[in-house]
Write a protein that binds this ligand. Structure first.
Ligand code: NCD
Length: 354
């Protein structure tokens, strides 16, 4: 009885501090802690790592298809010793009409300590966090946000030297990406990845240029936040970019929009010729899934400037950090001395990233 009351109260006490709902919620010190924690967990021996969340229980609740996000969250949780269970809209009572709230409460009653949610509605992750009181990790909610994707994109940029040595070690501040221009190109309107990156990267001093045709990129996109601008001309965008992040056209969300694909390809496809001519040094990113021959060509996806597979790889470390942060993982990311809040976690030499 007591437990029931406590459980009910939890649903009304607001959001758990371990939640990761939005890149907007992270200040630069928190971003630094997450990146350092990702480095620390990745460099740890696998036996020690498997004790970090030993016996903890994470539920993956997916209402939309996913390959890399779902798998990397699952692998991340398992590497930390947590058990995972997957609930998808295709094979659960969700198909019978059960609401997000009731599904969340059911998972909590079954012992889930953390929920990783992907959902087609913007705001669903925050709602689930409020309903359950559990730490909720947003794995993509509608057109809203995908915070772990932006963190893994950032980690990929830093591992390519965009933030110097300190950045590569996961120690970032508000100047780490000063003077760098990150272009995000394509279907910005429907992209939670674009929004999370546009909210996150300027916190580190980067300029974010959003590029695409009007139907996929309204002028109002500039209002996402400081450091964000809109550029319609793809060539002009390429010429100023240190990083070019290409996005998939989200056909499943296009309802009502008229888009001539041939015209789109002519104006905005990243092909080898354009890349070599206008952005020969830029890093090419894509959150996936990539559609070869549409937003970019196979030559570019597989070419020397592409870090697309590295992004996927970085997803595991970032999601380990997000899970350890959510569940208060043992003996990681803890400050060394009680009075020293600013000291970053030391990066181990062993198993470092390239
Ligand atoms: C994206 C998503 O689902 O938001 N992919 C991802 O998670 N890596 C982008 C997309 O679906 O195009």
């Amino acid at each position: 009885m007591t437990e029931r009351v406590a459980t009910t109260n939890r649903a009304t006490t607001g959001i758990h501090e371990g939640c990761l709902i939005s890149a907007a919620q992270l200040d630069v010190a928190e971003v630094s802690r997450i990146l350092s924690l990702a480095n620390e967990l990745e460099s740890m021996g696998f036996k020690k790592r498997a004790k970090v969340l030993e016996g903890r229980r994470a539920a993956l609740l997916f209402y939309e298809s996913s390959t890399r996000t779902r798998t990397s969250f699952e692998l991340a949780a398992k590497q930390l010793g947590a058990t995972t269970t997957l609930v998808s809209d295709k094979s659960s009572s969700i198909e019978k009409g059960e609401s997000l709230k009731d599904t969340g409460l059911t998972l909590r009653a079954l012992g889930a300590e953390c929920i990783i949610l992907r959902h087609p509605s913007s705001g669903a992750a925050e709602m689930l966090a409020r309903f359950t009181g559990l730490p909720v990790l947003n794995a993509g909610d509608g057109w809203h946000e995908h915070p772990t994707q932006s963190l893994l994109d950032l980690r990929t940029m830093l591992s390519h030297g965009l933030g110097g040595e300190l950045g590569a070690a996961g120690q970032v501040d508000s100047r780490t990406l000063a003077g760098k221009t990150i272009a995000i190109v394509g279907d910005i309107l429907h992209s939670r990845v674009a929004r999370s990156n546009a909210l996150l990267l300027p916190k580190l001093g980067a300029r974010v240029v959003l590029c695409g045709p009007v139907p996929l990129l309204p002028d109002a996109a500039e209002e996402i936040g400081p450091g964000v601008s809109v550029e319609r001309d793809f060539i002009a965008t390429l010429q100023q970019s240190d990083v070019v992040m290409m996005l998939r056209i989200q056909k499943e969300r296009l309802a009502g929009l008229e888009l001539d694909l041939a015209e789109y390809i002519a104006g905005y496809q990243l092909d080898e010729e354009r890349l070599k001519k206008y952005a020969p040094k830029a890093l090419v990113l894509h959150p996936g899934p990539i559609i070869r021959g549409l937003e970019l060509t196979a030559e570019v996806a597989d070419g020397p400037q592409s870090a697309i597979e590295e992004q996927v790889h970085n997803g595991v470390a970032i999601r380990m950090a997000a899970l350890a942060r959510a569940l208060g993982g043992k003996k990681v990311g803890k400050k060394k001395k009680k009075d020293d809040d600013s000291k970053p976690v030391e990066k181990k030499g062993k198993g470092e990233r390239k």
